[in-house]
Ligand binder design. Structure first.
Ligand SMILES: O=C1C[C@@](O)(C(=O)O)C[C@@H](O)[C@@H]1O
Length: 257
């Protein structure tokens, strides 16, 4: 059995067993983003995700860099994850080719404003390798991710996605899938539990929607390092407001100690 190595981002340990609560930012303009970010920071999340696929000026690199700088100015030392979720995996429609997206991700990595970047495992291996190389050089951690907003694929596929992320060289592996039944939720947790014992990188495993909400509260008990919570508005179904989520996690931790 390999022991998972926690990733240390600006002093925050991700994958140490203590769940990291992340608030996603989903505003469209710089002004709104700054407001949303101030509110998010006041709720003391462990991590902030900028879901840049919601940003209306994503086509303009200068605007993206300005927004990233403003967000960094607000978050201080809170780890910042940069995500352009594709429409294929539940993101917003973005009129950019994959090559343009990769160029944008690489440019943002080089600014030093972000700490982690999410990139989907479904992309070409060459592009993934490009993002990994640039991120590594810039000191940015890479989360290789897989999402399915329709269903929960069978267990072997879930486990494969997590393994594949590690094999490709990710610093973290992530899956978020939609359950149709309680059995699907158990399948996701089982995949996390099985994989955490063999992976050497932290993993994130989420079952979405109402049925999957329990995984946002208790996923850490099965090896999931990060849980996404609502700051102001949800970025995916089943997310829980951060104060409620934190209280529930604390209760669970107290009971299980
Ligand atoms: O991929 C994820 C996880 C997520 O989809 C969720 O279900 O909480 C929310 C997204 O913002 C994030 O990028």
């Amino acid at each position: 059995m390999t022991r998972t190595k926690a990733v240390n981002v600006r002093g925050t340990e991700i994958g140490s067993g203590q769940p990291i609560i992340c608030i996603p930012l989903i505003s469209q303009s710089v002004d709104q983003l700054v407001k949303e970010c101030k509110q998010a920071v006041s709720k003391k999340p462990d991590m902030i995700e900028w879901r840049a696929d919601f940003f209306s000026e994503l086509a303009n690199l200068e605007s993206v860099i300005v927004a990233a700088r403003m967000i960094r100015g607000e978050v201080g030392e809170i780890p910042l994850l940069f995500t352009i979720r594709s429409i294929h995996e539940g993101g917003q429609p973005v009129e950019r080719s994959e090559e343009e997206i990769v160029n944008l991700i690489n440019a943002i990595c080089r600014t030093g404003y972000i700490d982690l970047v999410d990139y989907e495992i479904r992309n070409d291996q060459q592009r993934i390798e490009g993002v990994l190389a640039t991120a590594k050089q810039a000191g940015v951690y890479v989360v290789l991710s897989y999402h399915n907003f329709e269903k929960t694929p069978e267990s072997s596929i879930l486990i494969d996605k997590l393994r594949q992320a590690e094999q490709l060289g990710a610093d973290m592996a992530k899956i978020a899938v939609m359950p149709q039944s309680n059995a699907d939720v158990l399948q996701l947790l089982q995949a996390a539990q099985t994989t955490q014992e063999e992976l050497s990188i932290p993993l994130i495993a989420i079952s979405m929607g109402g049925l999957g909400a329990i995984t946002r509260v208790a996923g850490w008990m099965f090896g999931s390092a990060v849980t996404f919570a609502i700051g102001n508005e949800e970025s995916a179904p089943g997310q829980i407001p951060i104060a409620d989520l934190r209280a529930m996690i604390t209760q669970l931790q107290n009971a299980s100690n």
